[in-house]
Design a protein around this ligand. Structure first.
Ligand SMILES: [Zn+2]
Ligand SMILES: [Zn+2]
Ligand SMILES: [Zn+2]
Length: 391
């Protein structure tokens, strides 16, 4: 192991520390998620991915055709596509699709036995489908989470060999007060939709078994799970076309061929941008136990990556990390990370309930509270409406 989890203090709690020198670009650790789930609209809009690991189920050409809205498009160098269509299989009872027999079996043994859409009498919508529809009504793209990971979490506990231990592992993630949970839930849902919480709660109750997960299924437990999702949920993205581009760019081509390929790729991205905007990836959310122990820094020395084009996370060093250094990631996306100290603090406080005192924030402690009129305007917008879930 390159890393260890250490207690820091009562405010920061735990942290992730390097046990040896880790050079820039190296993989610090890799881990499978505890649970992972594709975003609801992403799945509904035909971003086809393995229901268990989010590996793409479309070939690179199918993906490019759909995203560019051009069904005559022919992708050169088809050998650079990494999707193995022949390995795709589905649950014999409900038709849920997986990238491989491996994922089908793992999913079934971990949670799908409980959540298979055929296990309950089909009388119109399955309770899980009703829950998903209710969530979609209040959470539109760009998506940041999905409630559908909660049934998966609950079923994982129910099906675990030692459910009590698994329940402890999950509860270990959450150590906030009821008020803190409430504050986070309001931020996640947007004030406009807080009234829908009870509806979602009742739909969740109707969709999952209750045998061992009692504490998680009280209203308070439900808030804790949502808050956990807001603070520890890690975005996952996979894409057949970006894999193809990476592989194609490594081909040993002549100068002329290389130029033609680059032009083709530029045009393709232009067309995909026109037709699909920013929505190019299969996207979802996952909970990771090691990565969850990494604290935030506005000048992070590591970032999560999906080098295997599925939900297996690789934590990659962004700079040289010395033995004993704390390993920090950014909880803010790149765009928000480049904003002023004032804006970063506001976002971290609202979404994660802490005041950042990383080296960069300490350095900028003398900076004025607002650096640009643009940010001032955005701050003002934030105050006006609470439905801004993407921020
Ligand atoms: Zn899979
Ligand atoms: Zn099934
Ligand atoms: Zn900071």
């Amino acid at each position: 192991m390159n890393v260890e989890i250490r207690e820091i203090d009562c405010i920061k709690g735990k942290g992730l520390f390097a046990k040896k020198f880790l050079p820039t670009g190296s993989v610090i650790l890799e881990e499978e998620p505890l649970v992972c789930c594709q975003f609801s609209w992403n799945a509904a809009c035909n971003y086809k991915a393995c229901d268990h690991c989010l590996r793409p189920l479309e070939s690179a050409q199918e993906n490019a055709r759909r995203l560019a809205g051009n069904y005559n498009l022919v992708l050169p160098h088809p050998e650079c596509c990494t999707t193995n269509k022949t390995a795709i299989c589905e649950c014999a009872s409900c038709g849920t699709e997986y990238c491989s027999q491996d994922c089908l079996v793992t999913a079934f043994n971990q949670y799908h036995r409980t959540l298979c859409l055929q296990t309950k009498e089909r009388n119109g919508f399955h309770p899980l489908e009703t829950l998903n529809e209710a969530w979609k009504q209040i959470h539109h793209p760009p998506e940041t989470s999905t409630i559908m990971i909660l049934p998966r979490l609950i079923a994982t506990i129910e099906q675990a060999e030692n459910p009590d231990e698994m329940l402890k592992r999950i509860l270990n993630f959450t150590h906030r007060t009821r008020n803190e949970d409430l504050e986070l839930v309001h931020k996640i849902m947007g004030d406009k939709y807080v009234d829908s919480l009870n509806t979602l709660y009742n739909l969740l109750l109707a969709a999952v078994p209750h045998d061992v997960v009692g504490p998680l299924l009280t209203l308070e437990g439900f808030y804790s799970m949502l808050a956990l999702l807001g603070t520890n949920g890690q975005g996952v993205g996979t894409s057949p076309i970006s894999q193809w581009v990476t592989k194609a760019s490594e081909l040993p081509l002549s100068k002329g061929e290389k130029k033609r390929l680059d032009q083709f790729i530029d045009k393709l991205y232009e067309d995909m941008d026109k037709h699909s905007g920013n929505f190019l990836n299969n996207e979802g959310v996952a909970l990771f136990s090691m990565q969850s122990s990494a604290n935030h820094s506005c000048d992070p020395n590591a970032e999560p990556n999906y080098l295997h084009n599925n939900s297996r996370l690789s934590l990659v060093a962004l700079k040289d990390i010395q033995e004993g250094d704390e390993i920090c990631i950014s909880y803010l996306d790149e765009c928000n990370l480049s904003r002023s100290r004032h804006s970063r603090h506001k976002m971290l406080k609202e979404n994660y309930l802490f005041v950042c005192c990383c080296p960069k924030c300490k350095e900028q402690v003398e900076d004025p509270d607002v650096t640009s009129s643009e940010e001032e305007e955005e701050d003002h917008d934030d105050d006006d409406d609470g439905e801004d879930m993407s921020e």
